[in-house]
Design a protein around this ligand. Structure first.
Ligand SMILES: Nc1ncnc2c1ncn2[C@@H]1O[C@H](COP(=O)(O)OP(=O)(O)O)[C@@H](O)[C@H]1O
Ligand SMILES: N[C@@H](CCC(=O)OP(=O)(O)O)C(=O)O
Length: 366
């Protein structure tokens, strides 16, 4: 069996595991998954859960004999989401935090940054973020549409290094094993090509949304961003014993480049800077030599008009030393420059963050 290592993972759990009888929440498969999450956190790793199952869980309370309408499904999701969250919470003695996202939260820069900050803060407070699509408000054009792709986007927003998709099947097979008895498990995929996509069939049960196709789409999004993906069988408790020991019991998709390299390339080449933070020499040394985030106290002056989440240059003595994403807009920065972080709240009335540019969102210009 192949081995792997990770530090921050998004774990996606599909409806087939949450509601295996197609109706209401069950603990049957979640116990082993929850045990793995708890053990991983104890080992100092960080976990974000993406959980499906709200529609399946709410189905009993909105009985229909016909194919459910969108409004009926939204009512099921609304009722089922509470049950799904409660179902998870009973396995943990730390708080589960509900995070409901729509496609717009990931497309819109400000909402993307806010989502990322919230996830970061939840992890910092040892909560377990439990993400689902906000089915109640998201009609088709606002939807990511399936939780495999939602999990991939969550991994990007959260800057995870690993996506683990727990399904009702051992991994990617050479064909849908429900239709082809000769199909064999593919343990490793180094590149997702059109030929790989062609192996994927639709969902295995009426509850599943995208089948293997959306799982491959998710793995492809992650691979391009330097995130490894695993597809594993969440019905088999042995899966989580193997994962705890750093072994891969299903299919492993290798990232095309390291996450930090992918992010550095994205920051360096894709994002246009909208302003400049002129910083003092102490801040420059902290950023360059100590790998620190930029604090407001090191900011001397601010130029340009930019929003929270826009890229800015960090300049010291007329030399650009780094580029990064600002956690405050230019207007806020004019007010908090030169201040200690504890004073941000007094001046602005709130604080998004103790730092002005987080280390994870910064690339040094050498
Ligand atoms: N090439 C393939 N390899 C493995 N499973 C496949 C493949 N093509 C289609 N599938 C189907 O995908 C299903 C898993 O997806 P889905 O039903 O959407 O589950 P989930 O709720 O976990 O997202 C499997 O049960 C299987 O029937
Ligand atoms: N947001 C929906 C899940 C959609 C979905 O992708 O389901 P699945 O294919 O089981 O992961 C719900 O909570 O029911």
């Amino acid at each position: 069996m192949q081995t792997f290592s990770w530090q921050r993972a998004v774990i996606k759990v599909g409806s087939a595991l949450i509601a295996p009888d197609g109706n209401a929440c069950s603990a049957q498969y979640l116990l082993a998954i929850a045990g793995f999450i708890t053990a991983s956190r104890k080992a100092g790793k960080e976990v974000i859960l993406v959980s499906s199952g709200s529609v399946a869980a709410g189905r009993r309370s909105v009985p229909v004999t016909h194919q459910a309408t969108i409004a009926e499904k939204q009512a099921m999701a609304s009722i089922g989401q509470m049950q799904m969250m409660a179902n998870w919470q009973r396995f943990f003695d730390f708080p589960c935090a509900q995070v409901l996202l729509t496609a717009d939260d990931l497309r819109d820069r400000t909402r993307y940054v806010n989502t990322r900050n919230t996830l970061r803060e939840l992890l910092r407070h040892q909560a377990l973020p439990v993400v689902n699509e906000n089915d109640t408000v998201a009609v088709n054009e606002l939807k990511v549409g399936d939780n495999d792709n939602l999990a991939a986007f969550t991994a990007l927003v959260a800057q995870a290094d690993t996506l683990i998709i727990c399904s009702d099947i051992d991994g990617l097979y050479s064909a849908d094993p429900r239709r082809d008895a000769t199909a064999t498990l593919i343990p490793h995929v180094s590149e997702i090509t059109a030929a790989t996509m062609a192996l994927a069939g639709g969902a295995g049960t009426a509850l599943g949304t995208g089948g293997m196709r959306t799982k491959l789409e998710a793995a492809s999004v992650c691979a391009k961003s330097g995130i490894q993906t695993l597809i594993v069988n969440g019905r088999d408790a042995a899966t989580f014993d193997a994962l705890s020991q750093g072994r891969i019991p299903g299919t492993h998709f290798t990232p095309q480049q390291s996450a930090s390299k992918a992010r550095a390339l994205w920051l360096t080449h894709t994002i246009k800077t909208r302003g400049i933070l002129h910083i003092d020499e102490g801040a420059r040394d902290a950023v360059v030599s100590r790998g620190a985030s930029l604090l407001p106290i090191g900011v001397l002056s601010v130029s340009g008009h930019f929003k929270n989440g826009d890229a800015v240059d960090l300049k010291c003595n007329d030399t650009v030393i780094a580029k990064g994403l600002a956690l405050y807009d230019h207007y806020e920065l004019h007010k908090i420059k030169g201040l200690r972080s504890v004073a941000i709240r007094d001046v602005l009335g709130y604080d998004n963050s103790d730092v002005v540019v987080h280390r994870d969102d910064m690339v040094l210009i050498t």
